[in-house]
Design a protein around this ligand. Structure first.
Ligand SMILES: Cc1cc2nc3c(=O)[nH]c(=O)nc-3n(C[C@H](O)[C@H](O)[C@H](O)COP(=O)(O)OP(=O)(O)OC[C@H]3O[C@@H](n4cnc5c(N)ncnc54)[C@H](O)[C@@H]3O)c2cc1C
Length: 266
């Protein structure tokens, strides 16, 4: 990354006007990913003065400002409390405190990184993203659209009584995911998400439908649902792992995750 000019935005309108002015003007989160790229940036737009670095709660939602660092997010009680703490667990796997004090939740989502542990763990919850200019969409919709969505300002997580499971397989403790799996179970619904396949996280919709309404699935059902989750989502080879190895890991961890989220009550 090479930055010509640094622009500290005074409000969202100012930031957006600057963003629209040139394709070489770029929004800065923590800059941790951009720093690794060879981008030539005309104006780096700093969002740090816009009050977007806080987490608030209502009875229904946890509302996270896009400039909240990964460590603020990881250490917040509301994030620890939801889904057996899987959001905290997922972020804890990303390098160390020094890095997480810089990287932001907004940059982690806006980057649409296929290896992302943040996205996989959030996709099993009911998550709405808020953008400037005014636009709202679910995290799942955001991952499927390729168009410019403007400035991500808030991530809203609906509070629910949820059992949760998250697991990341990496070759070393600081490595990117070879595969990551997240599962939640609320009263009526089980969500299964597999990421880093190496494609970006996606919900295993047909597998989720198979287990819906079954209060205590037996071992055979759990195996069939896990097989369907793996069958329905595409896996591929890359430098980290083969397609077959990834499928085998995914099968193992979806099975373990389902046993864990149902095990409490069955
Ligand atoms: C060495 C290394 C290892 C890593 N390992 C992992 C890992 O194991 N698991 C994992 O999940 N992640 C991992 N990451 C990714 C890390 O979490 C990202 O660097 C981080 O998510 C990016 O956050 P940032 O705030 O620094 O974003 P930036 O680098 O500032 O920005 C990333 C992108 O998002 C855009 N952007 C930023 N903020 C906004 C906004 N508010 N609205 C719209 N667009 C915006 C930027 O323009 C840019 O395109 C790793 C990164 C590095 C460098």
């Amino acid at each position: 990354m090479n930055i010509k000019t640094f622009h500290k935005a005074t409000d969202l309108k100012d930031a957006h006007t600057m963003l629209q002015a040139s394709k070489d003007n770029v929004l800065l989160g923590g800059g941790t990913w951009l720093k690794m790229t060879s981008r030539q940036i005309e104006n780096a737009i700093d969002l740090s003065a816009l009050g977007l670095e806080k987490i608030t709660e209502t009875d229904e939602e946890i509302i996270i400002g896009a400039m909240t660092t990964l460590n603020q997010y990881k250490n917040h009680q509301a994030i620890k409390d939801i889904g057996d703490g899987i959001l905290t667990a997922a972020v804890s796997t990303i390098l160390g405190d020094a890095f997480r004090n810089i990287a932001t939740i907004g940059g982690s989502i806006a980057g649409r990184f296929a290896f992302s542990d943040v996205i996989t763990s959030l996709l099993v919850f009911d998550v709405t993203l808020v953008f400037y200019p005014e636009q709202k969409m679910t995290l799942e919709t955001f991952l499927s659209v390729r168009k410019d969505t403007g400035i991500l300002t808030e991530i809203r997580i609906r509070k629910e009584q949820t059992r949760g499971f998250f697991y990341k397989v990496g070759q070393t403790s600081n490595d990117f995911s070879t595969i990551n799996v997240a599962i939640t179970r609320t009263k009526g619904k089980t969500n299964i998400v597999i990421g880093a396949r190496p494609a970006i996280a996606a919900r295993a919709v047909s597998a989720m439908a198979m287990i819906e309404g079954i209060p205590c699935p037996d071992d055979e059902t759990i195996t069939k649902v896990s097989e369907e989750a793996v069958r329905s989502l595409g896996f591929a080879d890359n430098h980290q792992a083969s397609k077959a190895y990834r499928e085998s890991l995914a099968m193992t961890y979806v099975r373990r995750g389902l046993k864990e989220v149902y095990g409490h009550d069955c």
